[in-house]
Ligand binder design. Sequence first.
Ligand code: 4AD
Ligand code: MG
Length: 453
Amino acid sequence: MKRTKIKELLNAEAALDPVLVKGWVRTKRDAKSFSFIELNDGSCLANLQIVAAGELANYDEIRHLTTGAALSVQGRMIASQGAGQKWELQAQNLVLIGSSPDTYPLQKKRHTDEFLRTIAHIRPRTNKYGSAFRIRALLAHAVHQFFNDRGFFYIHTPILTASDCEGAGEMFRVTTLSPQIDNIEEDFFGVEANLTVSGQLEAEMMALALGDVYTFGPTFRAENSNTRRHAAEFWMVEPEMAFCDLKEDMAVAEDLVRHLVRTVMDQCPDDLNLFARFVDKQLMPRLEKLVGTCFERLPYTEAVKILETAAQDFEYPISYGADLQAEHERFLTETYFNGPVIVYDYPETLKPFYMRLNDDARTVAAMDVLVPGIGEIIGGSQREERHDILASRMDRMALSREKYWWYLESRRYGSVPHSGFGMGFERMVMLLTGIVNIRDVIPFPRTPKHIDF
Ligand code: 4AD
Ligand code: MG
């Protein structure tokens, strides 16, 4: 007999009969001559209530079942007498697949996020983390759906690379050399190699052939910043569009955020409700606002003016030419505008080599999308398509023309205006759940000094 998922059983219009379910015991209550078992199989937040009668041949074993044990149950779905569920399963055959001794680390009480991080191999079995990872899965699907519906091609950009796209030098070296050997020519690639910080440069090459493309994969940054919104390994969604300027780029970014929020609101109401009730009371109003309003747009210069005159003390001073820190971003989006904001046209000195120089020769066509609770969720730009301007900007930033010869060459043959952006996938999950620490939206997070599991 084929196993049915609990989600399907609970959503069924009529009782399915007979059924086979498999899952893990969440709780058990014993009455005089029968037991109630709450079974969860991960397909949804809700448990299936199982009624195991004393007549079952292995009832003695059933009475000793503990939280965490894995079961297979065959039986009939019947309308539930009790409150709280429409259906329950009357067990006809219950098999213990895997027992769970009482050292099982999850108790009925609520555990702290800090504790649960130390048992990352078990924490997906809690309600909160189960919901977070189901939302994460749906979100990934929604990303593909958004771009596929718009005729974008999903491309795969390399994870091993010799480039430093962001020019920030925050890369993880990849080598097969033993520590005693320092001759780079003997290394696997014969040159310094690292894990990618962004698939953008290669995505640009693909956009200049296929038009609209996106890459969606893991990226790696060795920034030693132990913050709540930085991980060493995270996923980025990076669309790249030929014949596209900054204005259109911003419109796509806004559409994407809205599409993702709407999809999760439509398709994950139960999981979302858990976060709205127990994690962040402001979650639903904030999400409603994200789908319902246009994103504010303002140039960096204006953002700085607002911050300079703000009646708030910042840890980092702000003036023209200074980078916006998390506290500034959050002031703009949470306090000043109380909604999503796109800041654009940043000083050239603050941004990487590939961004297009504006006519003022001081700013570049960059844009960052800022959202409440997170700050920057998307960073993007129009790319410098003019060969000579790009080459001289690279010289000034000490990037080797020889090493990036292929990137420069793309500006010689049929160069066109093009734009793109990168959306931090984990930050999107944070936005959608109200979870404030990036370590809690990644099943097995990697941060400085943490690579267990
Ligand atoms: O703003 P960033 O650095 O932009 C780029 O890498 C561009 N090459 C993207 C492009 O135009 N194709 O990063 C993009 C986004 C940020 O806005 C942030 O949401 C996320 O990636 N991000 C991180 N997320 C988690 N941990 C980190 N260490 C992150 N660094 C960036
Ligand atoms: Mg950025």
